[in-house]
Design a protein around this ligand. Sequence first.
Ligand code: MIG
Length: 798
Amino acid sequence: MNNHPLLAALRVVGARGVARSVHYSVVRWLVSRRFRLPQPTGTPEPPGHGQGATPLAGGARFRFDRADLEIRFLAADLVRVTWGPGTLPVPYALAKTDWPEVPVGLREKAGRWVLASEALRVEVGLDGALQFLDPSGRVLRNDAPPLRRGEEVILRTALRQEEHVYGLGHRTVPLNLRGRTYQMWNRDPGAGHSPLDDPIYLCIPVSLAVHADGSYLVFYENSFRGTFTLGETAEAHFEGGALRYYVIPGPPARALERYTDLTGRPPLPPRWALGYHQSRWSYDTEAEVREIVDGFRDHGLPLSAIHLDIDYMDGFRVFTVSPRRFPGLAALARELLEREIRLVAIIDPGVKVDRGYDVFTHGERGEVFCQLPDGSLATAPVWPGWCAFPDFTDPRARAWWGRWYPRLLNLGISGFWHDMNEPAAFAAWGDPTLPDPVRHALDGRGGDHREAHNLYGFLENQAGYEALRALRPDARPFILSRSGWAGVQRYAWTWTGDIESTWRALRQTVATVINLGLSGVPYTGPDVGGFSGAPSAELYLRWLQLAAFLPFFRTHSAKFTPRREPWAFGTQALQIAREVLRLRYRLLPYLYTLAWEASRTGHPLVRPLWWPEAGNPALWDVQDAFFLGDALLVAPVLDEGARSREVTLPSGTWYEMGSDRAHRGPGRVALDAPLDRIPVLARAGSVLPMAGPPEGSAGETLALQVYRPDGSPGGGILYSDAGDGYGPGRLDHFTLHPDGGRLRIVWTTEGTYPFPYGEVDVHVYGLPVCRVTVDGGRVPCEHNRFRTGPFREASCEP
Ligand code: MIG
């Protein structure tokens, strides 16, 4: 395939599309000249000398020659730093703004001010330098006095030599972000992206740092275009706005809890969303969708959702359906729902400028679209041609946007896929988005695109989410978004965009997903097989095997790529793919439990190996494996032709999943990885709840995989509910008590939802069991396995 971006564009958007994108690049340039924004001039200035401090509830205010500083503890382990002057952010990212007062002391010590809570101490130098220390006096972070140049703000932070930095949203770089510069400017790379491309769709100014003296999270609440450099020192740079940031000390699990306390937890998704999704740009017609769905049925492949890409629309007009390609969408959706398959429809934010199209005329009349400073409509070309863009920073526009979802909901669409919401526009050169001078409401405060751009997709998701909650109060919204900002986890899942179909892109997926999770965004996954190319059967299978252990599991591919259904790669590949999909469905009880935990804690489902031991530098750079929850260590195969691979083991005992074979960490071990599976290890002492036959239907079995504890007690939990809606749930706790050669399994329950499984099938690994007593009665045990109903206590003896 010829991949020259211009040729690719010609093929996809046609000659008129290319002409429009050239036209737009010229328009963009003219608009930026005509409404020129103030450019920063002069040299960056520090705050000057500290003049005085005034205590305030939970903190203090400090006056400097040229700046004001407010430091406020929102919690003992959450401090907010605000340097003025500068426009304060509209608090879109924040889920919680009301914090109980924290007792803090303000004192002076050797020419600096000291503010301390029980968890964190902040020292303010007379030059405006800030130091953050833990209660035992170890320095976590050292900020130089901030610099200001016009509206621009710059903050330099010392980095220790060994310090590793993670997060920053969606990145296509190695796991440790040190050694590069990152843009904070959501961007559609257009022709797809490759490892090291920056920026891409979803930038978040949040990072987690680990070093020899501890770890902490920092979040810059500033949506302006910016740059982060993580070299010898860290430099955060924003083109405008006040320098406001939050520092959270603590190990990653606690830091993520606090951060998602501040910016919101990911709500529990509908259970079907954790199943397998099949997509393509595009399944063009109803007949084609039926053919795909029948293919899944005929090949014995489970399926939860089909995605409809842009061609279902009428001339790419958002909230319309092509009467030619999908004349009976409602009937199709009903038919699919009966088979428990959902339809997810793509939505683009650009609204075609077309006087015969009600979404446009209505929006124009209501003045919900973005305008230039002279009040004219800001337009840019996207799929439908010239488009207007709802100003999602305007609450009126958000409500207006939400009013169109019923058009698709009423046809039976279950989920929404928010694409192109950086927002993306077709530009032949220059920045493929709206021009900087475009005006935005910013909830009444007013501002321009430099500040609103990074919020655009986030706020589209908010509009969609709130509309769906109101329109379908008994269903949990499912929104999949390409762009977003801090807090997007409250509203949407994301995916890793138009990644190339290569082995290096497969490898990149691991670091990308981990860093998104550490940025508070747990639900994400790649286009299985990559977006833009033609993966070999082997690359497709390895990608499928990896994604089966990621929160979002979807195959998707670009227009003009070869077919990518599981049966498109021959019978051997089909057989392997079938086993992978079935394994995913067997894992659903565990995945759903992790999702429930995430909704309570903000902990990502996918975690780096150093998650439970951030003080262990040997794990800081492991980026070819990850934890899925506490119990599983997943080691995907990332090399062509590999049939085994080495895995770094954290300390403890690790069982090959579903086997008695154990390996002791720390260290490295080589594991078999034939084409039909990737290495997955289970932590000793874990209880892995899985679905047994008949999976996915009433009366399915709860299959408990019990891995013998190392000596100390172990256990696991299982969350269950109706799978959608907001009804009752239940939590089953399994605790493992090693007791000499015996293992006791104690089962307790909270919550009122009835136990949803027909039978319980317990399999004990790592311990030869021949005598099993369940609640006092003997039950037969064969090959370390016994079947029972729910119980209070089971005892397994050799
Ligand atoms: O300009 O809707 O990332 O998943 O298939 C490309 C067509 C627009 C980009 C998305 C991709 C989707 C494609 N879209």
